[in-house]
Design a protein around this ligand. Structure first.
Ligand SMILES: O=C(O)Cc1cc(O)ccc1O
Ligand SMILES: [Fe+2]
Length: 487
């Protein structure tokens, strides 16, 4: 049998595992053994610590990485404000409109005129990076690679990048990551990187976490596998530029504003590193979806890829949730999401295809929606019509599609850009979605108006010995007295 050889280009080798202690060296023996900061690190390298949590954070939260580099990151000029009148991704400088309306955006435009740094548009957010509290939601669209002489970092938070279009070739201090369609990438606060666009324009969404870090959700009774499996997260291996000395600009996003410093050596000079604080990517196609195999529609928390918890267990400052292709088999079930009002806010985007809860055509790839705290929403009228009459055989939904949600316990405000400047807000969202819903309520002839009695099966006409519910094909045995069904 012929042997197929798979090879990954050296540039894009990865180490697998979420939250794993990784170590990597681009030159043999560049990592010191048995010490972090020897008097003279190997090959004349400098040792530098990059911390992602307080030094004293408990072990289960503590994240830091030791870098062994040609020159320390500190070797640069002072930072000066750059583009201070135009560049502002700061929530406090961007008036946030807190409004209860359901909002939906048409697809955001590609923009071929800008690079990664200038393609970031704050669309919504909550909190404040100076207090390390809350999150920022960005739309990004870029058509130019960053200059070879630039590196960017955000001091404000961790970037969770959800790519919607194109490919991102990211050179980070810790190594290279190629983000391809249907993949996401997390770049932690402070990590310096530059983004090249090998296949032209890119577009997508970012959740910037001003507080804490993303982690895998608990699995509870699911057990030890499924959802996003730890081994499918990929961190880069050490890789450094051997470029001759030249001018570099370090761009810092600091409290939403841009600052620039210069240096005469490459920032991509980390020859080896070890630790828990590193960028990583994940292919959403690897997500192992869990769902109901009997009836009813479970909470979307079963689709959580990553969660950023608050101090209150079970309540997230940001959950990253996806809606991948999956089988729906629920009997006697309205299969799309129920109508609901949520104490959490829900920002959604669509990477591709069609989202099964919104089949009316208004929620499109590269578009978005925001259902803020207690903003009522659910399937649009056409989806309701289809789903409440559909034949309930097993059905694959979301084939070729990937919707996602940033769900937050915080009230999410919308920026002026998001509400007006981008000109993408759909004025007729309610009229297209829910105002066409018809009332179907009808009390059959002979049914009493008031009944406090729930234990009498005779009061529930249309139930056939508890074997089928509403005659719609459910086969489970159920005590009919508990069924508050009228047909
Ligand atoms: O509103 C939405 O479309 C997202 C969502 C999906 C779901 O299956 C259940 C609840 C929910 O908020
Ligand atoms: Fe919802």
């Amino acid at each position: 049998m012929p042997v197929t050889k798979f090879s990954t280009p050296e540039k894009y080798k990865y180490q697998n595992g979420f939250g794993s202690y990784h170590e990597s060296e681009a030159v043999v023996c560049a990592l010191p053994i048995g010490a972090n900061s020897p008097q003279k690190p190997p090959y004349g390298l400098y040792a530098e610590k990059l911390s992602g949590t307080a030094f004293t954070a408990p072990r289960h939260e503590n994240q830091q990485t030791w870098l062994y580099r040609i020159l320390p990151a500190a070797a640069h000029s002072a930072f000066n404000p750059r583009e201070s009148s135009s560049y502002n991704t700061n929530p406090e400088g961007n008036k946030l409109h807190q409004i209860p309306n359901q909002l939906r955006w048409d697809p955001f435009d590609l923009d071929e005129t800008v690079d990664w740094v200038h393609g970031l548009k704050l669309v919504a957010g909550a909190g404040d990076p100076t207090l390390k509290a809350g999150l920022g939601i960005f739309i990004f669209a870029a058509g130019k690679s960053m200059s070879k002489n630039e590196a960017f970092y955000s001091a404000d938070g961790d970037f969770l990048i959800v790519l919607q279009h194109g490919v991102l070739d990211i050179q980070t201090e810790l190594g290279n990551i190629l983000v391809r369609p249907n993949e996401i990438c997390v770049i932690p606060r402070g990590v310096r990187y530059r983004v090249e666009l090998p296949e032209g324009p890119v577009r997508g969404y970012i959740c910037e976490l001003y507080q804490g870090h993303f982690q895998l959700p608990e699995l509870g009774p699911i057990g030890s596998n499924c959802l996003a499996n730890a081994r499918d997260f990929q961190a880069p291996v050490a890789s450094f530029d051997e470029a001759p000395s030249r001018e570099y600009t370090i761009l810092s996003k600091f409290n939403g504003h841009l600052f620039a410093a210069s240096q005469t050596h490459t920032p991509f000079d980390v020859v080896a590193w070890h630790g828990l604080y590193y960028p990583y990517k994940y292919d959403l196609g690897r997500y192992s979806v869990i769902g109901s195999v009997s009836f009813d529609h479970p909470d979307p928390s079963i689709y959580t890829v990553l969660t950023a918890p608050t101090d209150h267990i079970g309540t997230a400052v940001a959950d990253f949730v996806i809606f991948p292709p999956r089988w729906l088999v629920g009997e006697d079930t309205f299969r799309p999401p129920w109508y609901h009002r949520n104490t959490m806010s829900e920002f959604m985007g669509l990477i591709g295809g069609e989202y099964d809860a919104k089949t009316g055509g208004g929620f499109q790839p590269a578009g978005a929606s925001l259902h803020n705290i207690m903003s009522a929403h659910g399937p649009d009228a056409s989806t309701h019509q289809k789903a409440s009459n559909a034949e309930l055989k097993p059905a694959k939904v979301g084939e070729g599609s990937m919707a996602f949600m940033f769900e937050s316990c915080l009230m999410v405000g919308v920026t002026e850009w998001g509400l007006k400047t981008c000109k993408k807000v759909q004025e007729d969202y309610n009229e297209e979605s829910w105002t066409p819903l018809k009332a179907h309520f009808k009390i059959p002839e002979g049914v009493e108006r008031v009944s406090n009695l729930v234990g009498d099966a005779n009061r529930h006409p249309g139930i056939d010995n508890g074997k089928s519910v509403n005659g719609k094909g459910a086969t489970r045995e159920i005590n009919q007295e508990t069924l508050p069904h009228y047909t």
